[in-house]
Design a protein around this ligand. Structure first.
Ligand SMILES: Nc1ncnc2c1ncn2[C@@H]1O[C@H](COP(=O)(O)OP(=O)(O)OP(=O)(O)O)[C@@H](O)[C@H]1O
Ligand SMILES: [Mg+2]
Length: 370
């Protein structure tokens, strides 16, 4: 049996998204246990920094992805449901829909809409790739969709939401390859000094803006950096970091910058793209990626401007693009905070440029313990 929890003091937003009702559906533990066949191994579809994810079917036939939050994310029932009410009211075509949650005893569980085509990490960048044909039209739609979803979180939701973990595994695809950003708002479920950023996942650190990785400064601009890395992956069809490539090609961002300087950005475009490839558009997307990953945070465009640039409504070519910083040496970072702080000193910045001391005053900075 499920019910809805009404939440009184929640400031809410809308904008491009629908005006949601101020409630989140509450499931019993038993309901979700049944839906996932007792959280069976066969139904397990993934594991991330928050915990394990299972495919499930609710009594009414709705397919859900059930995320069991690990112990570190546990908090009081009211606080938990308050945060989830905010998430479930934040609705947009390019954001995942939270179906409901469970906060029974020590269990803290989220149920999301199940998305048929898994994540961009799995289907576009995964080792075997999938059968899905990611032609240029599909990639255009995915890149613009993610940009719109992020622009919505950054600029239309009040107070704005910083995602903190934009990466290919957090971009899920529905049956029409419409992208849905997942895991937004979840950082608020964690204790103040914790982070769920899974540094153990190869490549995850490649999305982190230098000021985030080195100083824990989380702002909209650090999300925009991550988006910049993601769009390079979408156009090139490869992961941001690949240790099996020759040293100078391992970091996609570094390689893209070199090609940009040489005037041959087209070398970065996925060779698997054929008939419908628009080289000019693809190069424009790569330039937007470079604009977003500039070392100086204030030079990175807002997500609204990114959307306009991707759609060709705002010029990119006249903008001067400065060199990005690429973080390396983070691959084996341990999960403990203590370890993290000592490892942070051994990080290598693969650029001689300096890091902006802080972000603009209008962009609230959140400290993270990475
Ligand atoms: N709503 C969903 N529909 C379908 N598959 C999903 C859904 N949510 C998650 N998954 C799958 O479960 C995997 C694990 O998701 P999860 O968010 O826990 O980890 P992650 O994205 O790899 O890392 P992180 O915890 O840092 O976000 C995803 O990569 C995806 O394959
Ligand atoms: Mg995720």
């Amino acid at each position: 049996m499920s019910c809805c929890f009404m939440c009184g003091n929640n400031t809410q937003q809308s904008g491009e998204g629908e005006q949601g009702e101020n409630r989140v559906r509450i499931f019993s533990y038993n309901e979700l246990r049944k839906a996932t066949h007792d959280f069976s191994a066969a139904n397990k579809i993934g594991e991330g920094g928050f915990g394990s994810v299972f495919r499930g079917r609710l009594k009414d036939g709705t397919m859900v992805a059930v995320k069991l939050l690990s112990a570190t994310s546990r908090q009081g029932v009211r606080e938990f449901i308050n945060e989830l009410t905010t998430i479930s009211n934040t609705m947009h075509e390019n954001l995942i829909t939270l179906v409901g949650c469970c906060a029974e005893g020590s269990h803290r569980i989220l149920a999301y809409n199940y998305l048929e085509n898994n994540s961009l990490q799995h289907t576009l960048l995964g080792p075997g790739r999938s059968n899905i044909q990611f032609n240029w039209r599909a990639r255009f739609k995915i890149a613009v969709g993610v940009a719109r979803g992020l622009a919505f979180l950054h600029e239309e939701v009040h107070p704005h939401i910083i995602h903190r973990d934009i990466k290919a595994s957090n971009i899920l695809l529905d049956k029409d390859l419409t992208p849905k950003i997942s895991d937004f708002g979840l950082a608020r479920l964690l204790p103040p000094n914790a982070t769920h950023v899974s540094t153990r996942v190869a490549g995850t650190t490649g999305y982190l803006a230098p000021e985030y990785a080195l100083r824990g400064q989380v702002t909209r601009k650090s999300d925009i950096y991550s988006f910049g890395v993601l769009i390079l992956e979408i156009v090139s069809g490869r992961c941001n970091y690949n240790a099996r490539l020759p040293y100078e090609e391992q970091f996609l961002l570094e390689r893209t910058w070199t090609s940009y300087e040489q005037g041959h950005l087209e070398n970065i475009i996925d060779v698997d793209l054929e008939d419908d490839l628009d080289v000019e558009q693809a190069c424009r997307f790569l330039k937007v990626g470079l604009l977003c990953t500039q070392d100086a945070t204030k030079l990175r465009p807002s997500m609204t401007d990114v959307v306009r640039m991707l759609l060709g409504e705002m010029d990119v070519s006249t903008e001067r693009i400065t060199k990005p910083s690429v973080i390396s040496g983070l691959g084996e970072l341990q999960a403990s905070d203590q370890q993290r702080s000592s490892d942070a000193h051994s990080l290598l910045l693969r650029s001689s440029t300096t890091i902006e001391p802080s972000t603009s005053s209008s962009d609230a900075t959140t400290q993270s313990s990475l």
